[in-house]
Design a protein around this ligand. Structure first.
Ligand SMILES: [Zn+2]
Length: 236
């Protein structure tokens, strides 16, 4: 989950039409799709720009906040899995604090709250390291964030189909990283291949772009392996 920069101009149909489902109009869907680089606001998987596979998401659910049903600032685009998982949930603390991340909130960076296990020997804090098969690609609250934990629970980012796709991305990241280490080792022996090194660094940089699927996962990988020391930074 990455922060989504909301475009300031709302599609006009939201204010000019009186149709009950006008938040679902193609102009709204298209604007959200473009704003989110074609990705689900929660899981960051790519979603199609037409047809099925996506739904307009009300961060504050219509059932509880009917006055925000057509409020541009309350609309995002989610894949059917995430939208179905969240449904009309809107968890708050007993004190009324919001317990689910709004990826378009400019005051909160979702990456400060939701991260992922990107290392084969990941330790999820249960007392002992657990196996690769059990943990790799899992979404975890960053630094124990309660907001991250509740968001993962509410949107079911723990579901196996999400984890499988994250593992596919991690395989690509790992291939580039190991290739880079190999080239750096060769260079230390006087067998430098500067073009290969730069190509691999650019491939790694490509993963973290906000328009790439699972960018927040790739950024967690870059942080975990401290790739900034090699000139690959988690944020472009
Ligand atoms: Zn999704």
């Amino acid at each position: 989950m990455i922060q989504i920069k909301r475009t300031s101009s709302a599609p006009s149909v939201l204010s000019t039409s009186s149709a009950q489902n006008r938040y679902n109009r193609p102009s709204v869907v298209k604007a959200l799709h473009k704003m989110q680089h074609g990705k689900c606001c929660y899981c960051e998987d790519y979603i199609p720009d037409s047809g099925r596979g996506k739904e307009v998401e009300h961060v504050r659910p219509r059932s509880k906040f009917p006055h925000l049903a057509y409020d541009w600032n309350n609309l995002l685009l989610a894949c059917t899995a995430c939208n179905g998982a969240k449904s009309d949930q809107f968890p708050t603390s007993p004190g009324g604090d919001l317990l689910i991340l709004d990826p378009s909130d400019p005051a909160l960076d979702p990456e400060d709250h939701v991260s992922f296990i990107v290392k084969e020997d990941g330790d999820i804090g249960l007392g002992s390291p657990v196996s690769l098969e059990a943990t790799l690609g899992l979404a975890i609250p960053r630094a124990g964030s309660p907001l991250g934990e509740e968001t993962i629970r509410t949107t079911k980012l723990y579901q196996s189909h999400h984890v499988k796709k994250r593992r596919d991305t991690l395989r690509g990241l790992r291939r580039c990283y190991l290739g880079l280490l190999y080239e750096i080792k060769k260079a230390s022996k006087g067998e430098s291949n500067a073009i290969k090194v730069e190509t691999l660094k650019n491939e790694l940089r490509d993963f973290v772009g906000g328009d790439k699927a699972y960018a927040s996962l790739a950024r967690a990988f870059v942080r975990e392996y401290r790739l900034a020391r090699l000139g690959v930074h988690p944020n472009l």
